[in-house]
Design a protein around this ligand. Structure first.
Ligand SMILES: Cc1ncc(COP(=O)(O)O)c(C=O)c1O
Length: 379
């Protein structure tokens, strides 16, 4: 066999796979059980009416053939209604909505659809670790947009170099920051000035704290001319394993994602799409319960830790580690696993991401180990 093609050679290590292996190895070494606060896997699944809808649809003999290529119309209409009612954005369900098997897939597809080999793709730093994978698969060059904690974790888009596409992500994984006022408008302005496309990853849009309102980049004037947003069923509804999400916004970019999809997949299992409609259109109490649970855990953690970290949304807290402390030492010495900040980009060094997507009991047990360890480090 010939050597691996360049694009595969350039793929970074799969950060979360490495993290899982490290935590499993530490657990296997013996000692008290490791408390894993490193993963962002929703701890509660979707509400029962969604699972019922899947079961009922799957029991229909006619539900098992190839689904339509570009998503069920009722699902595209359901996400358009969601955008209108929750984020104040009008979408044409026929041309401005692509149904995708999870937004992670769409990250790689958008890189391919928007950048030619050698083009620059700008990523926020810190970034969600699957963004560089998309850059590598597209054969593109990676550029960084450092996020400034003093500016609410906004990048300086006036100073940003030209690019084929700039990725943004608010509420941010891992920084747990919501978009500061004016940032979406600045992103549209950057794109209009430079010809770049904007991809805004809104995976955590509904999980915002302290009475903040969910915010879509598409609510910024002109956004649909230059960009799209990723919207995931995984976080709002606890459907991470189902693999379903959306790319919405600019019709040409949506068309490119659909075109790639036409050649690489045949729609998504119909019962799954029907259950996604049930989630979007049925009772919504579970979304608020989930959001409130994360906010409550954020408060518990902030009350217990020295130097309380700030988290405005998502299922994470982004924690600056005290001097002489590392995620590895916390794992080995205190048996508590966090996600090391370095994996989220160069400016993540010295930081760690802590997940709130665990039961209250597990979080409390984690706090009981973490708080004294951090206090001792600060002493
Ligand atoms: C910022 C961000 N974007 C995208 C994803 C992927 O979500 P999905 O399950 O829709 O593929 C995640 C998952 O953790 C995420 O944190």
């Amino acid at each position: 066999m010939r050597p691996r093609p360049d694009r595969l050679e350039r793929l970074p290590q799969q950060y979360f796979a490495v993290l899982l292996r490290r935590v499993a190895a530490a657990a296997a070494e013996g000692g008290p059980p490791v408390i894993d606060l490193g993963r962002g896997n929703p701890e509660v699944g979707p509400p029962p009416h969604v699972v019922d809808a899947l079961r009922e649809a799957a029991a229909r003999p006619g539900a098992h053939g190839y689904p339509p290529f570009r998503g069920l119309p009722e699902l595209r209409h359901a996400i358009a209604r969601r955008y209108r009612d929750h984020y104040g954005v009008e979408l044409d369900p026929d041309t401005e909505v692509a149904v995708v098997p999870g937004t992670k897939t769409a990250i790689a597809e958008l890189a391919e659809a928007l950048a030619s080999p050698g083009d620059t793709i700008l990523l926020p730093d810190p970034y969600y670790p699957d963004y560089p994978s998309g850059v590598a698969l597209a054969g593109a060059e990676l550029g960084l947009l450092p996020l400034d904690p003093a500016a609410g974790w906004a990048p300086d888009l006036d100073a940003a170099p030209p690019s084929a596409v700039a990725f943004l992500n608010y509420p941010s994984n891992p920084c747990a920051a919501c978009a500061p006022p004016g940032l979406f408008a600045a992103a549209v302005d950057y794109a209009a000035r430079t010809g770049a496309a904007i991809v805004h990853d809104a995976a955590y849009v509904d999980l915002v704290f302290d009475t903040r309102a969910p915010a879509s980049v598409l609510s910024a004037p002109g956004a649909k001319e230059v960009g799209v947003e990723l919207w995931s069923m995984s976080k709002s509804y606890g459907m991470a394993g189902w693999r379903i999400g959306f790319v919405v916004g600019n019709a040409e970019i949506v068309e490119r994602v659909n075109l790639l999809g036409d050649h690489t997949r045949i729609g998504i299992f119909r019962p799954l799409q029907e259950a996604a409609v049930a989630a979007l259109e049925g009772p919504q109490e579970s979304v608020e319960e989930r959001r409130a649970a994360y906010e409550r855990r954020r408060d518990r953690l902030a009350a217990a830790l020295p130097e309380p970290p700030v988290s405005e949304g998502t299922v994470y807290v982004w924690l600056r580690l005290p001097p002489r402390t590392s995620v590895e030492r916390l794992l080995v010495d205190h048996r508590v696993a966090l996600a090391p900040g370095e994996g989220f980009g160069p400016s993540g060094a010295g930081w760690a991401r802590l997940s709130l997507a665990v039961s209250d009991e597990l979080l409390d047990a984690g706090i009981a180990r973490l708080a004294p360890a951090l206090e001792a480090a600060y002493a």
